[in-house]
Each structure stands twice: as structure tokens, then as C-alpha cells.
Design a protein. Structure first.
Length: 182
């Protein structure tokens, strides 16, 4: 019996330590965030140099591109911090006085919903950019952008509903167990 317990402990330590294999993925996302920042700076440079000669719709498209890149960067940050805290290790908030309140409080369900809502927002900006530039976008491309956006919106609604139903089921089960224990 003692031998099995030792083997189990070793296996559990190995499995628990394997979570650190995710750390390089989060570092890779930081590098990807740097690449996104380079693109944002390029877009900003293009925007600033053409702002005086561009039409109103071109200025709006430039701003939407910057918003799109910013939302994508925010999405990457959400994945980095929430994923790291949920799957690898907690970060000591006391070491970071400007620590955003939401960072330590997003569970996996919240992470999924934030990710999907960010994707919906990014998709909506892509659709809006296409509509702002409708003379240069084919009907086929515009249709696909709208369909894909609607799929993201529908997926978000379904995910939120399933999480709410699941939460209600867990709450009902807790109530039944606590009522049965009285």
C-alpha cells in the first residue's frame, strides 16, 4: 500500500508540474503582442501621414484599424494573464500596485466569455470597415463577413446561455445537497 501511495504522489507531482509547460506559450503570446504593436505603429504612421489628405471615410477606416489592433492586443493580454493564473500559477498582486482588479478574478468560464466577446467586437469592426469601404468590397466578401460575424454573435449567445444553465444546475444541486443535509 505504501509503495502505491509513493507512486501516486510522484505521478501527481509530475502532472502538477506539467502545468509549467504552458509558460512558454504565454511568453510566445508576449512576443506576438510585440509584433502586433509593430503593426499598430505602422498603421499609426500611415494614419498620421495621410490624415490631412484622406477623405472622412478613410480617416474613419484608419481609426477603426487602430481600434481593431487595440482590441486584439487586449484580447492577447486577457489570454496571457487569465490563462497563466488559471492554469500555471497565481501572480502576487501585492508586487504590482497598479494591478487591475479583474485580472485575478476571471475563471475559465469568464475567460471564454471575454474571449468570445472580444472576437465579436473585432469581427464587428471588420464588418464596419467593409461597409465603410463598400465600393471596394465584393458582395461575396461582404456576405461572408456578415455571416461569420453572425456566427460569432450566435456562438457567444449560446455559450453564455449554456454557462448560465450550467450555473443554475450547479446552484440547484448545491441547494438540494444543503437542504438534504438539514
Amino acid at each position: 500500500m505504501s509503495h502505491r501511495t509513493t507512486v501516486e504522489r510522484l505521478l501527481e507531482r509530475l502532472l502538477f508540474s506539467s502545468r509549467w509547460l504552458l509558460a512558454p506559450f504565454y511568453v510566445a503570446l508576449v512576443v506576438a503582442l510585440l509584433g502586433l504593436m509593430v503593426k499598430a505603429l505602422q498603421e499609426l504612421g500611415h494614419f498620421v501621414t495621410h490624415a490631412f489628405t484622406a477623405s472622412e471615410s478613410e480617416v474613419i477606416l484608419g481609426i477603426l484599424s487602430l481600434v481593431d489592433l487595440t482590441l486584439t492586443g487586449s484580447l492577447v493580454i486577457i489570454v496571457i494573464f487569465s490563462g497563466y493564473e488559471n492554469f500555471v500559477s497565481k501572480i502576487d498582486e501585492n508586487d504590482h500596485p497598479d494591478w487591475p482588479e479583474w485580472m485575478g478574478k476571471i475563471d475559465f468560464t469568464g475567460l471564454k466569455l471575454k474571449l468570445l466577446s472580444s472576437i465579436v467586437a473585432i469581427s464587428a469592426i471588420q464588418v464596419l470597415k467593409a461597409f465603410m469601404n463598400v465600393q471596394n468590397v465584393s458582395d461575396r466578401d461582404l456576405t461572408w463577413l456578415v455571416v461569420i460575424h453572425l456566427v460569432f454573435v450566435g456562438s457567444g449567445v449560446i455559450l453564455a446561455l449554456t454557462d448560465r444553465i450550467s450555473e443554475s444546475g450547479h446552484d440547484a444541486a448545491k441547494g438540494k445537497h444543503s437542504a438534504g443535509g438539514l
